[in-house]
Design a protein around this ligand. Structure first.
Ligand SMILES: *Cc1c(COP(=O)(O)O)cnc(C)c1O
Length: 354
């Protein structure tokens, strides 16, 4: 085995996907499985499809291109860049949009490529990331979209708990339902989709407060970590350890806990400070800040304390460990969302599927 590696349990991811799809189906909600945290790795995306997601969704078109062989609709989550509309129309079936200028470019490209591109219009319900905030603008944009060739408006959506940390509630999501009905009445059209957010909307299914016309959720973190993200609670009967980071020890020595000499700057230009705990037993592992952030890795061995890292070295205090660690041994960590994102992005961390 080569280290560092991230061990990915496809069975656990499939199980989590099935549980969430089941919960959503009970509420007549389709699931778009979000693949961005694992960089659109096709093996994992396929498992999500096996687990029942109806759409694969990612914020980066590069990731959707990796998934082009999987025959299921693809949705681009991040508002398209005008410079990428060619790829967007070629490799995604649906994109989330809020800018008429971009939608016009998508239309031109769709006509040129003889394609039909579907869009979901994003409404900002107060989280203040993407979406149309002003109600008048919604209707004028819809009116313009309906005149564009190659573009089909299939629904409206929102994103919460991302920038502003706003929690989805019956009150804010039911505004989305009202806006959808208003659009349908005013323009005499039918919109198929109300996309009611991400993993932070899931708790509303558990409490029975989801407005009943919401029929799509876009789920990433809840599938990979078994966690809803409004309150950070674990979801019953799901795994939180689908991804495990494994690193190798390259030095084990007893050393003082405070450096010797005048303290200047560390490898990242910060002035470090130290607590004197006398002599400690430390292990250095071959991974570093290039691949992980210290707050994103959680040792399985509860007696390990993370002391610090430079770009390629992770330093652990193993004084209190019952287990004896030697050079060449491995140490295992659970990962947070940010941790999974970073190790999956790092080309130095091998990906092992089990
Ligand atoms: C990332 C993203 C999601 C998925 O969010 P999770 O919290 O991982 O479920 C959904 N929608 C949009 C627009 C996103 O960017």
């Amino acid at each position: 085995m080569r280290y560092p590696c991230v061990e990915i349990s496809l069975d656990k991811i499939k199980h989590n996907t099935e549980k969430l799809v089941e919960l959503c189906e009970k509420n007549k909600i389709n699931v778009a499985g979000v693949t961005k945290v694992f960089c659109g790795e096709p093996k994992i995306a396929k498992i999500m499809v096996d687990g029942g997601v109806q759409i694969l969704a990612d914020s980066r078109i590069e990731n959707l291109i990796k998934l082009r062989e999987i025959e299921i609709p693809k949705m681009l989550l991040r508002l398209p860049m005008i410079s990428e509309v060619d790829d967007v129309v070629r490799y995604s079936d649906i994109s989330l949009n809020s800018e008429l200028k971009t939608i016009k470019e998508l239309s031109k490209k769709a006509v040129e490529l003889n394609k039909n591109h579907k869009i979901i219009l994003m409404i900002d319900l107060g989280d203040l990331r993407e979406g149309i905030f002003d109600e008048k603008e919604i209707f004028s944009v819809v009116s313009d979209i309906l005149n564009l060739d190659g573009i089909k408006l299939i629904g409206i959506g929102t994103n919460l708990t991302c920038y502003g940390g706003v929690i989805p509630k019956y009150e804010n999501l039911s505004r989305l339902v009202e806006i959808k009905k208003d659009i349908e009445m005013k323009f005499n059209i039918k919109l198929d989709i109300i996309s009611g957010g991400n993993s932070s909307s899931l708790y509303l299914l558990q409490t029975g407060e989801m407005p009943k016309d919401v029929n799509q959720l876009r789920l990433g973190e809840s599938i990979v970590l078994g966690r809803e993200t409004a309150f950070g609670k674990n979801i019953h009967n799901t795994y939180d350890d689908c991804f495990k980071l494994i690193v190798e020890i390259i030095e084990v020595k007893e050393k003082p806990s405070v450096p010797i000499g005048e303290i200047g700057m560390d490898a990242f230009g910060n002035k470090p400070s130290f607590v004197d705990r006398g002599i400690v037993k430390r292990a250095i592992c071959a991974i570093g800040k290039q691949d992980i952030d210290l707050g994103d890795i959680i040792p399985y061995d509860k007696n390990i304390e993370i002391l610090g890292a430079s770009s390629d070295h992770l330093i652990l205090d193993i004084t209190e460990c019952e287990n004896d660690y030697y050079v060449g041994d491995i140490i295992e960590f659970k990962l947070t969302y940010g941790g999974i994102l970073k190790v999956m992005t790092s080309e130095y961390v091998k990906k092992i599927f089990i």
